[in-house]
Design a protein around this ligand. Sequence first.
Ligand SMILES: Cc1ncc(COP(=O)(O)O)c(C=O)c1O
Length: 368
Amino acid sequence: MRLRPAPLEDWLRDNYFTADIDISSSGVETYTMAELRSKAGVRQADLDELVFDDGYSLGRPALREVIARGWGNGDPACVMTANGSSEAISLVLSSMLGPGDEVVVVSPGYHLLVEYAVALGCTTRSWRLPAEHGFRPDVDDLEPLVSERTRAIVLNFPQNPTGAGITEPELRRIVALAGRVGAYLLWDAAFTSLVYDTAPLPPVSRLYERGIDFGTFSKAFGLPGLRFGWCVAPPDVLDACVHIRDYTTLHVAPLVELLALAVLENADSFLKPRLEQATRNRALVADWAEAERERVSLALPDGGVAAFPRILGLDNTDAFCDELFKRHGVLVIPGSCFGEPGHVRLGFGGATAELTRGLERVSEALAG
Ligand SMILES: Cc1ncc(COP(=O)(O)O)c(C=O)c1O
């Protein structure tokens, strides 16, 4: 298996720690340990009493129960905790896919959700979200890509990088398409709770026996550095995952699981303030795009905290993003990292003051 480098990670690795203003992230403003402990009621004594034993292959039982209830199909046997959702997604894909399998992916999309299947020797069929229609997904375009040969459909709505969402009736239509051919439906729910005008979509593991949900602390929860995620999948899929993980990470660290359990038991106190901030910030981005409409075209995201405007008159924004970083100190993501070089990805989940200053500087750079 040979993975191609992920340009998004190369760009961030080079620039993330030195940016003056970071409006690149697809996550909300991050929390400190003190904030985590206070919101989740973790005492110093809880930390001191922790013994650094090995952990459970599929996760600590109490944690699996909480995830099953709140983010899955209710059955703890279907839950695996992971070192970020990246680990869960890569394990599930590795366990179920092989050369020649057909996999439906979304384009543009997050590299892991596309490149892993390519590296595993699969044939990918791309469900293209049309840039000319603001990346709005049309399930009619998906339907002809799904056939008896489809092993898995890998989706993520609200979507990275476009912020496009789908409705529950559309999700149910997709579930029916997968069900008709017996394909697994892999559902990256990283942004499920970051929606603005609709209710969050239900977990697909509740709708379909081959529906697999992935969750993460890295986006809506504001805890990317904790490296915690999970998946909810049929037990035979998890079994196959464990047999791969036995060669790599073995399990999630007990310290991470201690904190994760406390966070999930108090999820709203992490999610709500950041969703409120993101809602206000999204309105700022909308105002900015309107004021910049001569130079920028933006379909306002339905969910998540990333906007994906087109920079008018530029076929490729790489040099613009480089200049924006070097001369103006502002980090955004070039659209080429997602195969759409005329766009940039702006993150609006962070502190409002930083976003405001960042957008001002983007405007200065656009003005030349
Ligand atoms: C859509 C999507 N899925 C998964 C991930 C990976 O997240 P994690 O930090 O949980 O590994 C990301 C990170 O950017 C993402 O954007």
